[in-house]
Structure formats: C-alpha cells, structure tokens
Design a protein around this ligand. Structure first.
Ligand code: GAR
Length: 189
C-alpha cells in the first residue's frame, strides 16, 4: 500500500476520513504520518487515537523562512517513507520548493467548485453571491494557489435559510468521501 503523509492545521476531519478509508482492506493507501504546523491542532490527538503517528512541526520558530519550515516537514515525511502527501486543511501557502519536491504526488482539498472561489471564506462568498450550489474540489498541488489539475469535484445544494454552519457541514460530508476516492485513484495510477 502506498504510504501517505497528511498535513493539517486544525480540526482534521478530512484527515480522519482518510484514516478511516485506509482501514478498508482493499484501500490502496495507508496513512503513515500526520504533521500539523499548529501544535494545538485538534487533529493531532484524533490521529494518535486512531494509532497514526502525528507530529507538530510549528512554523513559528522558523519565522519568515517558510522553506526551512517545509524542509523540516519534508524530512519527517521522507523519514516515514511517505510517497504521497495530502493537504487536509493545511492553511499555509507552500513555497515552490515543497511543491516541486512532491510534484504529481501532492493533493489538496478545497471547499469550493474550483475555479470558483479560490482562497478563504469560500462558503461565505457563495452565500453572499446567492449561489444555489456549492461543493468541493480535490486537485494536484502546483505553485498557483488552488490552481492545479482537478482530480475530482462533488456538489452540494445551497438551500433556502442556509447559514455558513449548515453549508459547511453539508459540503464537509462530501469532502470526506471525495478526498479518499481521489487519493485512491491517484495512487492506483
Ligand atoms: C476543509 O473544509 C478543507 O476543505 C478546508 O479547510 C477545512 C479543514 O477542515 N481547506 C481549505 O480551505 C484549504 N485552503 P478539516 O480540518 O476538518 O479537514
């Protein structure tokens, strides 16, 4: 099974979905390591509770030297034998160095139907625009933020009376299914 490292910054529900998917005997990947750039990320304890090694590699001590921070993360991923990287709510923009190091083997999940709404506050913007549909995208990571080749998308309706919490929950349920499917497709080639 292909070894995957998962990068997180917070809650880690997409990370958990990947860990659960990897429990299926026919799943082509396993989660070898979880790394958070935030020591307080709730996802770290969730990973450990599921028996997955989880490290905090804080960005703060590296200050503005993002590449040095990434080199520490990259070293941890390689030491764990990772062949692929999944960004699961990793909220730091990557430098070209890390993007190139994992080209074709790093994927991201984003809570919109790209190319609509790259960046932050995707659901707030969709609601403000009066959209009738939202969704999520899994894509290969390239140096343009939220721009890489799309591996899959899932849609969710925006219903009358939706607030951000309701829409977030509806899209998140789709994210959890889509991420594992796209990762499995990628590692199967
Ligand atoms: C998810 O909705 C993910 O799509 C989004 O952050 C959330 C993380 O939740 N990612 C981005 O916005 C990336 N720019 P999680 O920690 O529960 O998986």
């Amino acid at each position: 099974r292909a070894k995957v490292g998962v990068l997180i910054s917070g809650r880690g529900s997409n990370m958990e979905a990947l860990i659960r998917a990897a429990e299926a005997p026919d799943c082509p990947f396993e989660i070898a390591l979880v790394v958070s750039n935030k020591p307080e990320a709730a996802g770290l304890d969730k990973a450990r509770a599921a028996g997955v090694t989880a490290l905090a590699i804080d960005g703060k001590p590296f200050g503005k030297d993002r590449e040095a921070h990434e080199k520490a993360i990259d070293a941890a991923l390689r030491a764990a034998g990772c062949e692929y990287v999944a960004l699961a709510g990793y909220m730091r923009i990557l430098t070209p160095w890390l993007v190139e190091a994992w080209a074709g083997r790093m994927i991201n999940i984003h809570p919109s139907l790209l190319p609509k709404y790259p960046g932050l506050d995707t659901h707030g913007r969709a609601l403000a625009a009066g959209d009738v549909e939202a969704g999520c995208t899994v894509h290969l990571v390239t140096s343009g933020v939220d721009e890489g080749p799309i591996l899959g998308q899932a849609r969710a309706p925006i219903l009358p009376g939706d607030d951000e919490a309701a829409l977030t929950a509806r899209v998140l349920a789709e994210e959890h299914k889509l991420f594992a499917k796209c990762l499995a497709d990628l590692v199967r080639g």
